[in-house]
Ligand binder design. Structure first.
Ligand code: COA
Length: 330
């Protein structure tokens, strides 16, 4: 049976570091409040002129180099983001052009923090069905341009950062594989974490009055997100382990979406994982939504946290609500 092996990873984050103390020039917050509730100490923000595709292409080129492949060898490009450069077209085609890839399919995934998990599941399914041999999956985000830096938006503004991560998957006959994936959604909670405007259903899409009200900024019910996230992270991990017939003690590493260190710690405790089984880098990058798992994966590989043959779980929860997990033999 055909396997879908991850053969390369990469990431790209902007050089500009924004610390919690830096945020205090715009809003009433403190390093203590942010660290205590989220674990975040700093995040990366783009400088003017950098596009979502600059980050995506940077991560993709690193992953292709890691895989020893040229962009022309890609059969499919999957690009996950909640912050596209423009309303349409999606960022997948811009990435195809930036990489100089052939005119292969470019699929956009709009599942926010769960985008990379959805993308990896889709890539593996294409490979296993014989529709593609080599697939690039990228998660890329620029949040810094869409944050309300006043006190009104401080609950969200302190959480998010910019960056991109990527993985290249290739068909093989043995060795590494995406063993199982589980995907979920629950749209009844769409408004608990969303960016309402501009809206395709509203004539003119947005008004000056709505902008003044801040309705073009992301909004979140933090407590509801926290509660659902802990529950769904645990459920998704168990479900994907069951689907793969694997026990949790056999898992070398869990890379959770980097939503909040408190959420990760609660999941680690509730799911009874050892601290060394769980990867965190939110302290340095904040929450980069679709980019957080592939950035963490790329760093985990370079830190030597994974060896070929190890079992890896990627798990995410986010706006939608959406959640899901991948079980990977590295
Ligand atoms: N700095 C300082 N104070 C802040 C603040 C900030 N950045 N943001 C909010 N506050 C204030 C609130 O206004 C509130 O003040 P009040 O008590 O005077 O009304 C107080 O801090 C407590 O707010 P609350 O919302 O109860 O805090 P919390 O303990 O629930 O923590 C979050 C807030 C956002 C950290 C927490 O709800 C959370 O982590 N939620 C999940 C978020 C997440 O992971 N989102 C992404 C999912 S993919």
């Amino acid at each position: 049976m055909t396997c879908a092996m991850v053969i390369g990873t990469g990431h790209c984050v902007p050089e500009r570091v924004v610390t919690n103390r830096d945020l205090m020039q715009w809003m009433d917050t403190s390093d203590e409040w942010i660290v205590e509730r989220t674990g975040i100490r700093e995040r990366r923000w783009i400088s003017p002129g950098t596009t979502l595709d600059d980050l995506a292409a940077g991560a993709a080129r690193m992953a292709l180099q890691d895989a020893g492949l040229a962009a022309e060898e890609l059969d499919l490009i999957i690009c996950a983001t909640l912050n596209p450069d423009c309303f349409f077209p999606g960022n997948g085609v811009l990435l195809q052009h930036a990489l100089g890839a052939r005119t292969v399919g470019a699929l956009d995934i709009r599942n926010q923090c769960t985008g990379f998990v959805y993308g990896l599941a889709t890539a593996a399914a294409h490979i296993k069905a014989g529709l593609a041999r080599t697939v690039l999956v990228v998660g890329t985000e620029i949040h810094s341009t869409s944050l309300d830096l006043s006190d009104r938006g401080r609950d969200i503004a302190v959480l998010f950062g910019d960056g991109a991560g990527a993985a290249v998957l290739r068909a093989g006959e043995g060795g590494g594989d995406v063993l199982a994936s589980v995907l979920h959604s629950q749209g009844e909670f769409a408004r608990e974490l969303w960016c309402e405007l501009p809206s395709g259903s509203q004539p003119g899409r947005i008004t000056a009055a709505q902008i003044a009200e801040g309705r073009h900024y992301p909004h979140m019910n933090g407590r509801a997100v926290y509660t659902h996230a802990v529950r769904r992270f645990c459920e998704a991990i168990q479900e994907v382990l069951d689907a793969g017939g694997v026990a949790k003690q056999d898992v070398k590493l869990v890379i959770p979406h980097q939503a909040n260190l408190r959420i990760t710690e609660a999941v680690t405790k509730r799911f009874d994982l050892a601290p060394e089984q769980v990867f965190s880098n939110i302290q340095r990058y904040g929450n980069t939504t679709a980019a957080s798992i592939p950035i963490a994966l790329s760093e985990a590989v370079r830190e030597g946290r994974l060896a070929r043959g190890d079992l890896l779980v990627l798990v995410a929860f986010g706006s939608g609500f959406t959640w899901g997990a991948n079980l990977i033999r590295w």
